[in-house]
Design a protein around this ligand. Structure first.
Ligand code: KG4
Ligand code: ZN
Length: 332
């Protein structure tokens, strides 16, 4: 079965072709980061308009890369939520219009399920069950994943998402948008011992997390140290990254202990963070569990994870015709 996947929930247009036998055949991505950066964040209306411009050329590109025709597609999966309503509607409308014209079914995919299953596109792929740490710009959750569609929420952030904390702190440090990758790069050159930032909720018995206090602590430090020189900026980045990585690591370990599971899966944009990966890999070696990541280019939003999740849910396919998007939608 050949599934076309379309992702348009935020500021990335992603299109991919996944074959249930042959695997991922092609994936194409257009990021709107440059367009939104001058506003310091995503402008929803601009995002929707750009998705409209990009989605069909990217689809043609994918088909050409895979050597396939539109008529070869068996089903079309699209991100139905959560996300920006207008942006979601672009992917949903295009997917349903194409499916209608082709007489094929559509599959409405939950964006977080896409992230959650994205490590299954890597080799080796994790077997079920596993604990998933979902760390993106909009969500930070720990889930017990028992199988496709069997998701149990173990804990989540009570305020900002980890990626949001990275981005907001980066903004305070004058690092542009989205600042997560820039902050992380600078952190690698900083002195991690110069400043100590709080680790909110580190020792609470549950698996919930909190990151908004950390961002406030960065603001206080920036004000205190102002005007910032390059060394101080890098040292603050290192302190911030160490704090956030420690919280994510400790909570993940607690989730493994609580569930008795031996596999940990990391998904979402913050999963690209090198320091987080190295802390998790060290802990896995010491404690004897396995840790799985999506291929690096599939950590952030993409069409491949939507095509893959759609292919796993083909049995629940809905017929083309009416559709709705869900800007707010809980996975579990
Ligand atoms: O999963 P994603 O593409 O979008 C959402 O669904 O939210 O994640 C984007 C987030 C942004 O907050 C970005 O700053 C963060 O992932 N991010 C990183 C890194 N790469 C991306 N954060 C820390 N270190 C990185 N290397
Ligand atoms: Zn995402």
């Amino acid at each position: 079965m050949l599934v076309l996947g379309i992702e348009s929930s935020c500021d990335e247009t992603g299109v991919a072709l996944y074959d249930s036998e042959a695997g991922l055949l092609a994936h194409r991505l257009h990021t709107q980061i440059a367009m939104h950066s001058e506003y310091g964040g995503v402008v929803p209306e601009l995002a929707s308009r750009d998705h409209i411009r990009r989605v069909l050329p990217l689809t043609e590109n994918c088909l050409a890369q895979a050597g396939k025709q539109l008529s070869d597609i068996d089903a079309i999966a699209y991100t139905a939520g959560p996300g920006l309503a207008g942006a979601l509607l672009v992917g949903a409308s295009v997917a349903n219009a194409m499916a209608f014209a082709l007489g094929k079914p559509t599959i409405a995919v939950h964006h977080l399920e896409g992230h959650l299953l994205s490590p299954c596109l890597a080799d080796p792929a994790p077997e079920f069950p596993f604990v998933a740490l979902l760390v993106s710009g909009g969500h930070t959750q720990l889930m017990a994943v028992h199988g496709i569609g069997q998701y149990e929420l173990l804990g989540e952030t009570v305020d900002d998402a980890a990626g949001e904390a990275f981005d907001k702190s980066a903004k305070l440090l004058g690092l542009g948008y989205p600042g997560g990758p820039a902050l992380s790069k600078l952190a690698d050159t900083g002195d991690v011992n110069r400043f100590t930032l709080p680790r909110p909720m580190l020792h609470t018995p549950n698996l919930d997390m909190s990151f908004s206090g950390l961002k406030t602590a960065v603001l206080n430090l920036v004000t205190q140290q102002s005007p910032l020189d390059d060394t101080t900026r890098a040292d603050i980045c290192a302190a911030f990254q160490a704090a956030i990585v420690e919280v994510l690591l400790k909570k993940s370990l607690k989730a493994l202990k609580q569930t008795g599971m031996k596999r940990l899966v990391i998904a979402g944009g913050v999963g690209a963070n090198r320091q987080l990966r190295s802390a998790l890999n060290d802990a896995a070696k010491k404690r004897g569990f396995s840790v799985f990541y999506p291929p690096l280019e599939l950590c952030t939003d993409n069409g491949a994870m939507i095509a893959y999740a759609g292919a796993q849910r083909l049995s629940e396919q809905q017929s083309a015709g009416s559709f709705a998007v869900k800007p707010r939608w809980d996975l579990a």
